[in-house]
Design a protein around this ligand. Structure first.
Ligand SMILES: [Zn+2]
Length: 164
């Protein structure tokens, strides 16, 4: 790859080590032309198997776009969404699989989204799990109440239900 400072196409590796989680290799490089140092990171490509059977590389942007709608009007900002997408990727990489069903990506989104915002979680879950009746919502809300997440005290769900 080209040097990010002078665009020269050759560099030498001066250090190479796995990241803490062992899911990537980080290399420290030195440009053979201008002598600048920079780092590169090598990760395995995480392939997502779509319903059609075609595969595409995992994309954090797609995760963010997938949950953005559910977060409309909720106190969730872009940093929250970026962190959520990062957690989803870490969860998927931690499975050690090179190829992952699109369905599993949806599942991996549920837990961090619930921690982020319970209303957004309910909206997302209702689409993702094909809620078809009020009973489905009631069941899910009962589950949320039975096993409150960490942010239980200022639960937006509880607050919004109190306003009904
Ligand atoms: Zn250079």
């Amino acid at each position: 790859m080209n040097c990010p400072f002078c665009r020269h196409d050759d560099s030498r590796v001066i250090d190479s080590r796995p990241t803490e989680e062992g899911t990537a290799i980080r290399r420290r490089r030195e440009c053979t032309q201008c002598g600048s140092r920079f780092s590169t990171q090598e990760t395995s490509i995480l392939a997502i198997i779509k319903r059609s059977g075609a595969t595409e590389p995992f994309s954090r942007d797609k995760v963010i776009n997938g949950v953005r709608k559910a977060c409309q009007g909720r106190p969730v900002n872009d940093d929250d969404l970026a962190l959520l997408a990062q957690r989803v990727e870490e969860t998927l990489r931690a499975t050690g699989q090179a190829e992952i069903e699109a369905q599993e990506v949806g599942l991996a989104i549920l837990a961090p989204l619930r921690e982020l915002d319970e209303v957004a979680y309910l909206r997302y879950a209702s689409v993702y799990r094909n809620f078809s009746s009020l009973d489905d919502f009631e069941g899910e809300i009962a589950l949320l109440r039975a096993a409150p997440s960490v942010q239980q005290d200022n639960s937006p769900l509880k607050n919004s239900l109190q306003n009904i």
